[in-house]
Design a protein around this ligand. Structure first.
Ligand code: 3H9
Length: 684
């Protein structure tokens, strides 16, 4: 039974049992409605405790139903029945009460929560707003201001905070919680019953509050419409009757559920849950890892070391000599001191984190590490020398990983003993902050070694995505293409700032030129030099010239943009960049620079990205299209509410993207559609 009723004297217990997270499916809604009727009809029942089986209270509406038309009974009606039931309900919360789960609790007379439980209204993270009274009942319990925070941020609060806010009535003891909940209700029945939530008064706020809050919410939402709509529903709830407010909320919820944004956010929600659990690793036990070696103490190595320390793992760093080891130590201290200064960690935590870290110059110090991550200079010979040394000093079953971003991990470890123990673990800078971790098996990686990569990601709070070997794996392969496409636009006639601004308006955290200024133009220049050394001919006529002019980006106070002494970008294209552009245009025979609308720029950048994503999936570099989207959203500032390049292409229609690519190719702005994209277009 999805919902069962246990009658045991005056207090009945209604239990929702819908694994894994008790999501509110149609069966749960019907079961709850039936349970209300059952207890209503039983004179012996005086009150009801509503709880859930398994690891959590209700995690919300069943998101998998959102692509289909709503099925009766609808949750708001079920909850009105719960609230109107003459036998008062108490919600007994454990784990999380989220979205519709919290809305169920709001319709109960009392809310009792286990210590450590959390409650919230995360609907805005799915591009929707609460749809069963979240914006209407919450303010009646916690006040309008606290409700605005809860609903527009989507962030859950812990039981203690919920109690202080008035969202719950009591925190239950950790032991014998069921009995304690029933005792609470029995005692409460002896006093006057609290008013049902819908009958409670709702606070009022002046126009200034709403104007200021709406502006703040819109800024923070960065293009996600959910928070803005949720606030509008809350405001409406303060102005009209309960029933009218419920109708308005429901209408908004149903309208938003059908939007591309909501579909995109659901896509990423499921992508995040699929990527960490590759089906081919089902049943494979990861190797234990208790001590981590990090080779290289530069920005990347230090960031990885801190990420590992934050995961509670002791770290041994190796640098080439004592001086470099001291620099590595200083780099790690700098990151941790920054966290201390920002109040992210306490003095005691700092001491604990730095206490578990050591930097040395002798490889013998990693002999007892069971997982070693190399993060040295991107040079094949340098990396090969590191791995040769590691295979000499480390135990034969120790896992040896490379953090390379552009080299071929197979070439790095070619001919070394124990091919099954090598793997690529591609962290993103700053590695202590960025969640994405590309897991790149080599041709010899053993399944349990790959599984250990995923286990390490879980331990360190990273988002692992499996990627195959190609130039740049998933993320940097697309990044490289995007840089080329952006430069094609500039050579054809666009200004770098126009390209950046159009993409930022689309929702990207930063445009491609501003990103290059941040990370340094030397990185791309170095990669192109290495590629030319291999006989390839990478195309970057403007970036090459800007780099040759000594403009490496923010670190030299100028790259694609100039920066003032405070580090603020100076408007306009710097003269040196304008010269580089003019020279590249002359080489390309561009006599009359073309003009582009923002929409054309977005298409010119996005369509090749979608095309490349299709190729990446067709080649098996990514296992699923949602993995490509996850990489771009979690590692490259791609707007989450657009769901990643593939989901964006799906929303437009792959056939339309393929057509658009033909037109871009005719103008020399992109390659034509790939066979892989054409296949997607044919299937859609
Ligand atoms: C809503 O409630 C709208 C209402 O206002 C209006 C209604 C009218 N639906 O995350 P996990 C699956 S909107 C369907 O790995 P954890 C998930 O896909 C909803 N499935 O576990 C996974 O499946 P699989 C508002 C769901 O322990 C499995 O459960 N609520 C849902 O790390 C385990 O999930 C939310 O946004 C769902 N709602 O974390 C809360 N939730 O095993 C969303 C999970 O096949 N959920 N699944 O891959 C969460 O935040 C986390 O799942 C939770 C548990 C914290 C609960």
């Amino acid at each position: 039974m999805t919902v069962s009723v246990i009658k045991n004297g005056a207090i009945a217990r209604v239990i929702i049992d819908n694994p894994p997270v008790n999501a509110i499916s149609a069966a749960v809604r019907q079961g709850l409605l039936d349970a209300v009727r059952t207890v209503e009809a039983d004179d012996a029942v005086k009150a009801v405790v509503l709880s859930c089986a398994g690891r959590t209270f209700v995690a919300g509406a069943d998101v998998t139903e959102f692509d289909k038309p709503p099925v009766e009974p609808h949750l708001p009606d079920v909850l009105n029945a719960v609230e109107a039931c003459s036998k008062p309900f108490a919600a007994q919360i454990h784990g999380t009460a989220l979205g519709g789960g919290l809305e169920i609790a709001l319709a109960c007379r009392w809310r009792l929560a286990a210590p450590g439980s959390q409650m919230g209204l995360p609907e805005v993270n799915l591009g929707i707003i609460p749809g069963a009274g979240g914006t209407v009942r919450t303010p009646r319990l916690v006040g309008v201001e606290a409700a605005a925070d809860l609903i527009t941020s989507g962030k859950p609060v812990k039981a203690e905070k919920a109690l202080a806010l008035g969202l719950i009535d009591a925190i239950l003891p950790a032991e014998n919680a069921d009995q304690a909940a029933e005792d609470f209700v029995t005692a409460a029945l002896g006093a006057a019953l609290p008013e049902i939530t819908s009958a409670r008064p709702i606070g009022q706020k002046d126009e200034a509050f709403w104007t200021e809050t709406a502006a703040r919410v819109k800024r923070a939402a960065k293009g996600n419409t959910g928070p803005v709509e949720a606030l509008a529903s809350l405001k409406n709830a303060t102005e009209v009757s309960f029933a009218e407010a419920m109708a308005f909320e429901r209408e908004t919820f149903l309208r938003l559920r059908k939007t591309d944004q909501a579909a995109a956010l659901r896509h990423i929600f499921f992508a995040e849950r699929a990527a960490p659990r590759p089906s081919e690793l089902k049943g494979v036990t990861p190797r234990p890892f208790t001590r981590i070696g990090v080779i290289g103490g530069g920005t990347m190595g230090a960031g990885i070391a801190v990420a590992m320390r934050n995961a509670g793992l002791p770290v041994q760093m190796i640098e080439r000599d004592a001086e470099a080891a001291a620099r590595g130590q200083a780099n790690v201290e700098k990151i941790l001191k920054g966290d201390l200064a920002k109040g992210r960690i306490t003095e005691a935590k700092y001491a604990e984190l730095i206490g578990g870290f050591n930097a040395a110059a002798d490889y013998a110090a990693v002999a007892d590490c069971d997982l070693v991550i190399e993060a040295v200079f991107e040079d094949l010979d340098v990396k090969r020398a590191v791995f040769a040394e590691l295979t000499r000093v480390c135990a034969p079953d120790a896992i040896l990983a490379t953090n390379t971003s552009y080299l071929n991990p197979d070439e790095i470890v070619a001919d070394l003993p124990g091919p099954e123990r090598f793997i690529g673990l591609h962290f993103f800078s700053p590695a202590n902050i960025m969640k994405l971790l590309e897991i790149v098996p080599t041709s010899g990686s053993a399944p349990d070694v790959i599984a250990t990569g995923f286990a390490l990601a879980a331990k360190a709070g990273k988002m692992p995505v499996r990627a195959g070997i190609c130039d740049g794996f998933i993320g940097n392969r697309i990044l490289k293409l995007t840089r080329t496409t952006a430069e094609r636009l500039v050579v054809a006639g666009a200004e770098p700032s126009q390209v950046d601004n159009a993409l930022q308006k689309f929702g990207f955290a930063l445009g491609p030129f501003r990103t290059q200024d941040l990370s340094g133009l030397d990185i791309g220049a170095f990669q192109r030099k290495a590629a030319r050394g291999r006989g390839e001919s990478p195309w970057a006529p403007v970036a090459d010239r800007v780099f040759e002019a000594g403009r490496l980006g923010r670190k030299t106070n100028g790259g694609w943009y100039d920066y003032d002494t405070a580090g603020k970008e100076v408007a306009g294209t710097p003269a040196a960049v304008a010269e580089a552009i003019a020279a590249a245009r002359a080489d390309a025979g561009v006599t009359t620079p073309a003009t582009f609308s923002d929409a054309e720029i977005v298409e010119a950048i996005m369509f090749p990205m979608i095309n490349e994503s299709a190729k990446i999936v067709a080649e098996g570099i990514a296992f699923r299209d949602s993995d490509v989207d996850l990489v771009k959203v979690s590692g490259y500032g791609f707007p989450r509410f657009r769901g990643g390049p593939v989901q964006y292409g799906r929303a437009i229609g792959f056939a339309k993207v393929a057509e658009g690519l033909e037109a871009l190719a005719a103008k020399g702005l992109a390659d034509g559609p790939s066979e892989a994209l054409k296949a997607w277009a044919a299937k859609a």
